[in-house]
Design a protein around this ligand. Structure first.
Ligand SMILES: [Fe+2]
Length: 291
């Protein structure tokens, strides 16, 4: 099946995107509109724009007229039991039609079960059953939306006794079975490797490069006994180092700076984006030299 997002990668109005984008936060609406910073693309948190009318939608319309955007959501709960949430997808489809995002992404997690909702992106055990379940829901959502989705690896603080495979095999399996793309969060890989005592580089080496369309970078909080994925600080040096090794293996994948708590002034985010741009260009120069 051909999805709209496959076409968007060559559409002059919706993409393609390159380089290092920044997560769009309400604190920066006015700064962006007044200063039109040279950020190549912005990522909107889909769930902030699902209501009818209001200021966020008005700002997003103005910003969308200036920048390509991607949609990044937390509301699909693709690992939950039962079918996909059609009411949520119907609203999302309206927003996709309205804003023509280059890509639409969500997570390999669950947040809702029966009538209970968690604000967290909860992981699943890495099992064949989990792959089939999540892939089925992603395929259903893709068919409903007419969009190929990107799915993101989430942060995880425990290991499940039932897991049958490493996380990258689980994600590769879902992406293959659902025929979707992957959004690789380098910070989450690092946090999980630290918390669960495994090797982050094994993930980078094991993930399917051909399916990755976007990378996320963010800051964690060091709680000494564990790392907490807060998106509230600058990207830490071990995550930059892992990002360099990822870019060396995967190439110059469009990358996003995510910052969600204690959001700083926009220029701080641009400075973080500049570091990522530097790493991408350092990696391509070393590739050119080797060739
Ligand atoms: Fe992320």
């Amino acid at each position: 099946m051909t999805y709209t997002s496959d076409c968007c990668e060559t559409s002059p109005t919706a993409g393609p995107i390159h380089g290092v984008g920044i997560g769009l936060r309400s604190q920066h609406y006015r700064y962006i509109l007044a200063n039109k910073p040279s950020t190549p693309w912005l990522e909107a948190l889909t769930d902030n724009y699902m209501g009818d009318g209001g200021q966020p939608l008005g700002y997003l319309e103005q910003i969308r007229s200036l920048y390509p955007i991607t949609f990044h959501g937390v509301g699909m709960s693709l690992g939950s039991p039962g079918a996909v949430n059609k009411a949520y997808l119907r609203r999302l489809k309206e927003r996709i039609r309205q804003f023509e995002p280059v890509w639409v992404s969500d997570h390999t997690s669950w947040s809702a079960c029966h009538r209970h909702n968690s604000n967290e992106l909860l992981p699943l055990p890495y099992t064949e059953e989990g792959i089939s379940h999540m892939a089925g829901k992603i395929a259903e959502a893709q068919d409903f939306l007419g969009e190929r989705l990107l799915i993101e690896n989430v942060s995880c603080y425990v290991e499940f006794r039932d897991s049958q495979m490493p996380e990258w095999e689980f994600i590769n399996g879902i992406a293959d079975e659902a025929d979707c793309h992957i959004l690789l969060d380098i910070n989450n890989i690092y946090v999980n490797a630290f918390n669960n005592d495994c090797q982050a580089d094994d993930f980078i080496q094991g993930i399917s490069p051909e399916r990755i369309r976007e990378i996320h970078l963010a800051g964690y909080e060091d709680r000494k006994t564990h790392l907490l994925d807060t998106h509230g600080q600058e990207v830490h040096q071990p995550v930059w180092d892992l990002y360099l090794r990822a870019v060396e293996r995967l190439g110059p994948i469009p990358t996003l700076i995510e910052w969600d708590t204690d959001v700083p002034e926009y220029p701080i985010l641009q400075q973080q984006a500049g570091i990522a741009e530097g790493i991408i260009s350092m990696s391509s120069k070393s590739h050119a030299h080797a060739a």
